[in-house]
Design a protein around this ligand. Structure first.
Ligand SMILES: Nc1nc2c(ncn2[C@@H]2O[C@H](COP(=O)(O)OP(=O)(O)OP(=O)(O)O)[C@@H](O)[C@H]2O)c(=O)[nH]1
Ligand SMILES: [Mg+2]
Length: 462
């Protein structure tokens, strides 16, 4: 194809696609996805008026006129509960939006004035943003698609870490003695599956992240269905070939068949319908929460995220992939809830996030995908203050705890690298959970939502 013609065609396609962007908001349970989406809609809806979006040039220059919600493409999927979320935030006292129990979708149309006015360019242009929300627990299942039953069993951290092992102790005591060649006993499978699910629930409660299968934690319409009656086998002393040659009524073959069914009938459709076609991505990580929770859970989060990032297609878009196989060509990684630490610590939070995601970041660099790391608070719950301590000014945070107590705290220093043994020994980091700051009818107050929005969609608003 001749060069000028090719460029022209590419521009045309780019302009066509530009009007629509699918943004993946990725994060494990409680990472802050719903808060991010609620704030995103709120900021963009207030963009033309009182939202504080100075780091987003289109808003700063007064070209971003606002956003409205459109009917989403898939009428079978519930709408993202923006209004209930805002109602909770505007309540007295303000409350956080509810944890997510199922999938919901959202289509936003942004109106803006293009930066450069030519005789062919329109006065007003539109960008449609497709977003969706889901329970973080279900996201944990995406890495399961890369496995067969044998490799899945081996990939589960069943014996690693004292705290984790203790949470699964009842299940492990029986599962460790199972003979994969024995005939499957339905009653035993049902009770062991329930014990495994109970272990996962306890581990989630204790702050662990790397928990599969995710539907065991939040079954939705699958509650009680036999497809959820399986678990990994902790002791596999035989070769894969020998195990796979076992008769279909053996324990191994029965569990493997249920695993396959779960993978193909539950996880694959979820992936196919919602996770395949994205243009941009923001990965939200509750780094500070993990720091608060201790070394074992911190390491567990790092592993869960590394596995997860293999589930997405990254790479520069070519003419063909733009049309037929969209890839994520730009992403942001964000440490959420940055208002849990004083502003002087924000730089360290970003460095720590980069250290936590070191492995996936290497792969992304190799694929030449631009990545920006930042810390943000989608919905602020604290204000930065200064206090006099021993005659010196020190930074502090003022907020209201979930129990309604007004407090002034210094949560501690954030290490700029993966925490050392000494850091964990000193237990140097602690903070309470805060109530969100009330919003009234104004835009929600945030930290660096504008920087995140600019990185993710700013280039489409020129
Ligand atoms: N201080 C502060 N807390 C936040 C912020 N965003 C979220 N949180 C807290 O984190 C909790 C979880 O946030 P959600 O947005 O519900 O998390 P999620 O990723 O949607 O979680 P699931 O729906 O369970 O997957 C909230 O209930 C708040 O307590 C923030 O910007 N600042
Ligand atoms: Mg949610």
């Amino acid at each position: 194809m001749r060069q000028p013609f090719r460029r022209e065609l590419s521009n045309l396609i780019e302009r066509g696609r530009d009007r629509q962007l699918r943004l993946a908001v990725t994060g494990l349970s409680q990472a802050g996805k719903t808060a991010f989406l609620t704030s995103l809609v709120n900021q963009l809806r207030h963009a033309g008026v009182e939202a504080q979006l100075d780091l987003l040039p289109a808003a700063r220059e007064g070209r971003l006129l606002g956003a409205q919600r459109l009917n989403q493409p898939d009428l079978g999927v519930p709408r993202f509960p923006y209004d209930p979320g805002m109602a909770a935030l505007r309540d007295t006292p303000p409350r956080w939006p509810e944890p997510t129990r199922g999938i919901s979708e959202l289509r936003l149309q942004l109106r803006y004035r293009p930066a450069q006015q030519g005789w062919l360019s329109p006065d007003i242009a539109h960008l449609t943003l497709d977003l969706f929300d889901y329970p973080g627990e279900w996201l944990l299942d995406l890495p399961l698609l890369q496995h067969d039953f044998y490799s899945w069993c081996q990939a589960q951290p069943l014996h690693s870490g004292d705290q984790r092992r203790a949470l699964f102790s009842e299940w492990l005591a029986e599962a460790d003695t199972l003979d994969p060649t024995a005939e499957a006993d339905e009653a035993q499978l049902a009770s062991l599956s329930e014990a495994y699910a109970e272990g996962l629930r306890r581990a989630k409660q204790a702050g662990f992240s790397n928990l599969q299968p995710g539907r065991f934690l939040l079954p939705g319409e699958l509650d009680g269905a036999p497809v959820l009656q399986f678990f990994p086998l902790p002791q596999l002393d035989m070769s894969k070939e020998a195990l796979e040659a076992l008769p279909s009524n053996s324990l191994y073959a029965t569990l493997a068949a249920r695993f396959r069914y779960y993978q193909q009938q539950v996880v694959r459709p979820f992936y196919r319908d919602h996770f395949r076609r994205f243009d941009r991505q923001i990965v939200l990580v509750d780094v500070l929460g993990a720091l608060n929770a201790g070394p074992e859970r911190f390491e567990d989060l790092s592993q869960a995220l590394s596995q997860l990032m293999h589930s997405f297609d990254y790479g520069q878009r070519s003419l063909l992939t733009r049309l037929f196989a969209p890839k994520i060509d730009k992403l942001a990684i964000a440490a959420t809830k940055a208002d849990h630490v004083t502003p002087d610590q924000h730089g360290h939070v970003v460095q720590l996030l980069e250290a936590l995601l070191a492995e996936p970041l290497k792969d992304l660099r190799f694929a030449n995908v631009p990545v920006k790391a930042l810390s943000l608070a989608a919905i602020r719950a604290t204000e930065a203050r200064e206090v006099m301590h021993n005659g010196k000014r020190s930074p502090a945070l003022r907020g209201t705890t979930l129990d309604g107590e007004d407090v002034l705290v210094y949560p501690g220093d954030v290490p700029p690298r993966l925490p050392t043994h000494d850091f964990w020994q000193q237990q140097g980091f602690d903070f309470p959970s805060f109530r969100p700051m009330g919003a009234g009818s104004d835009a929600l107050t945030h930290i660096r939502m504008d920087a995140a929005i600019d990185w993710l969609i700013g280039d489409k608003l020129v």
